[in-house]
Design a protein around this ligand. Sequence first.
Ligand code: SF4
Length: 435
Amino acid sequence: MARRVSIGVRVGEIAIGNGAPVVVQSMTNTDTEDAPATAQQVYDLWRAGSELVRITVNTPEAAAQVPHIRERLDAMGCDVPLIGDFHFNGHKLLSQHPDCARALAKYRINPGNVGKGAKRDDQFATMIEAAIQYGKPVRIGVNWGSLDPELLARMMDENGRRGAKDGASAVPLSADEVMREAMIVSGLESAAQARKLGLPAERIVISCKLSGVQDLILVYRELARRCEYALHLGLTEAGMGSKGIVASSAAMAVLLQEGIGDTIRVSLTPEPNGDRTREVVVAQELLQTMGLRSFTPLVAACPGCGRTTSTYFQELAQRIQTYLRDQMPAWKQRYPGVEDMKVAVMGCVVNGPGESKHADVGISLPGTNESPVAPVYVDGEKTVTLKGARIAEEFQAIVERYVQDNFSPGAQRRRPSRPQAVLSGPQAVAIKAVK
Ligand code: SF4
């Protein structure tokens, strides 16, 4: 799989672009003025695997809390780089709160929300100058919901005159086409303006987010073609639950498959009191199921059917997946490479043994009317048959032992991981080296 060549950007210790692994990021939904709650959510997102976390910086009080949020995180042993999300008053906040400007690792600037008329350029320049002064990268984050109205009006006018001026052969673009083009122009013109002010290309990331899957694909393909800036990928306003997950995955998978995208965010609307970390899990699973990165051992499970009428195998699959994910923060340090492990939990004898043999550790549970025994396969070989009331506990112990035996430092893994996608091109690195 070839990745688009992009200019590398460092955000704190995290590398974006230039062949680096696709970075997972997320955003808090706490009030930034509430430093304890925001620090806790940043911590939770980081523990879930978010490599960068963005926080809203919308008021002087919020800006004043940013350094304290950073201090709290440092005290919790969390070094995740914080990104400040600025709109409307970012120029004031960055110039009046130098400690905030320093504590952040990157600034997100929305060129559609920087200011109107003559003020726009000055206010944009103030933010870029802060980035230059404090040595920070910026994301020029265009969003179709806040697309620069003056730019859009200008491009609509130009489009209207196009047919009249150039004759019948020059067909004006549709309104949707102009909007998509305006998104790209907004990102590229703002980046050019930032460069002119002295911000190097190595400190610029661009995003152009829309909520339509096809629109997003079209815009990013074109953006990728026209520039070498690192690209932040995400479908905006993706929605809630399965709709948001499917829409984000559909859009981003197409682009990632084409090598486009250096960092991703899955913008899920959480259910009331829902877990914000779900967007991190979805982003990781998207990258891992595409073979782009590995984060956590994955559990293959069959969907179940009329051959298995109990929910036991579903419960076991869920239990094992949760167990593996919960162990990862500690396992990541202790058992290098464990994230590549594959576990199978299958519902009956039809596909159970076969799928289990393909996994590193697999169990084939008994279907309806089958003998109440569960053969376990390790590295493709049947090793034990479990039965009775403690199958779940015993299987979990087998998985844990497999991890210790195969992933402890110095352990010789009996069955090496299948190779993952390998990058090509002049800036290529092997994705399998990604951790
Ligand atoms: S493995 Fe068995 S229970 Fe699972 S879907 Fe296939 S036939 Fe049904």
